[in-house]
Design a protein around this ligand. Sequence first.
Ligand code: FE
Length: 165
Amino acid sequence: MYKDMKGSAHRLAPPEIAVKAMPEDERVWVPQAEGVWFRPLMLNTLVGQWCNLLRVRRAGVLSRHLHPNPVHGYVIEGRWFYREHDWVAETGSYVFEPPGEVHTLVVPEDCPEMITFFNITGSMIYLDEANKHVGYEDVFTKIDMCRAHYAEVGLGADYVDQFVR
Ligand code: FE
């Protein structure tokens, strides 16, 4: 415990986050690619982890990638699958992606919109069809994207700070 300047006692814990996950303000969605956006919820700079909603409004291959660390997902709307697996994640599905997975995310033609909550630790390493490394994302690249977007749309670059721990 420690006492702040007003004498109130606190545990040594960072502040909690409680937000309406599906934002009313469209500007909160950060564009990631054509027809793809993410909505940051928690950007953990100490562990190197981020929680966000991924929204996709186009069909086809989204990305081929590797996770060195585990990923947890929960499908809020729509559906998607990994080309390498025989299951389809649908509205209400929980998905666990184990460390070391290489897979190719596909949104089917008949799905106009998918929204999935992802809890990602470490990084996303993007690969081409020959498994050549073509890019990566981590909590810091996500924060940079948020800052640039929120500055551009008038929310202010520091809008993202409420999600950073
Ligand atoms: Fe994945």
